[in-house]
Write a protein that binds this ligand. Structure first.
Ligand SMILES: [Zn+2]
Length: 305
């Protein structure tokens, strides 16, 4: 009996051990599985939540890529020691502008894309633009003025024609100075008949035109209207953050500086209040004072001397 009893007791113990063992294993497995499922769901929620963060971090990634690309663009096309600070502000400004917008506006914030799109204007295209400008000027009821300007570059600032195209389009835009009766024809410096010269200049040369000109901004000295190449490529961070685009900044810079040539002075019309468009002659690069970016003369600015 005993030997029998002993094995049967042992068998019972073994069975009990097996049962409890299995149960314990089952419990462990259930806990592990439970944790795993919980973890997945928990993380799923976080992923959903991070979905936004993930999106923004991937857009941060895109921003970074854009920044890198921007820096690379700058490095490959226009690298020079004087532009280091401007390159930094370009990265900041452009990534800021890119982060807030998607799709189409990016092209309007990309200096290379703008230059590429501008290309060279054919005479036929110039004629079409000028005709519209002349119609707007005639409709303005103001005294008609047609100014011939020449275009030049100073230093290494890229292609003259792409600058000339964008300047011509900005100056003769029917929302611009034509509303004050003024139209613009691009002339040839060799003919010596330039009413003024529009110059795209490396930033470092700006103070050479006049002690009052800063390497930071564009300037007008007599019949020289000088566009600062750093600003041409990057705008200003504040202006872009306020919703402007680089394309519009370029139009603003050209129209503002030529506005000086027409007799206007800086800040002759202060910002009319938060959210109102800035006057063209407001020094928008230095601050918008609550106004919104604006590249065209306000109704109150539609005069020339
Ligand atoms: Zn000014």
């Amino acid at each position: 009996m005993r030997p029998d009893a002993a094995p049967s007791k042992r068998t019972f113990r073994i069975r009990r051990a097996l049962v409890f063992g299995c149960a314990a294993v089952l419990v462990v497995v259930l806990v592990v599985v439970g944790c795993a499922i919980g973890g997945v769901f928990g993380r799923g929620g976080t992923t959903g939540g991070t979905g936004g963060a993930s999106t923004s971090s991937s857009s941060k990634g895109i921003g970074k890529t854009g920044k890198t690309a921007g820096a690379a663009d700058g490095a490959k096309s226009d690298k020079k020691p004087e532009d280091r600070s401007a390159d930094t502000s370009k990265s900041a400004a452009q990534s800021g502008a890119k982060a807030g917008k998607t799709g189409k506006p990016d092209a309007d914030n990309d200096a290379s894309a703008l230059d590429k799109a501008a290309g060279t204007l054919t005479d036929a295209k110039r004629a079409v633009i000028l005709k519209k400008a002349e119609e707007a000027a005639a409709a303005s009821g103001k005294a008609r003025v047609d100014l011939t300007y020449c275009v030049a570059t100073k230093g290494k600032v890229g292609d003259l024609d792409t600058f000339a195209t964008q300047a011509y389009e900005a100056l003769n835009d029917t929302r611009g100075w034509p509303r004050a009766g003024v139209t613009f024809t691009q002339g040839d410096a060799a003919d010596g008949n330039c009413d003024f010269t529009l110059i795209l200049s490396e930033a470092r040369y700006l103070p050479e035109y006049d002690a009052g000109c800063s390497a930071e901004y564009s300037c007008r000295v007599g019949d020289d209207v000088i566009i600062n190449w750093d600003r041409w490529r990057t705008g200003t961070a504040g202006w872009l953050k306020a919703g402007g685009t680089l394309r519009r900044y370029r139009e603003m810079a050209v129209n503002h500086e030529v506005g000086h040539r027409l007799g206007h002075i800086d800040n002759e019309t202060p910002c009319a209040g938060d959210g109102k468009p800035a006057a063209l002659m407001q020094q928008q690069s230095k601050g918008l004072n609550g106004c919104t970016p604006n590249e065209w003369p306000l109704d109150s600015e539609l005069w020339t001397q």
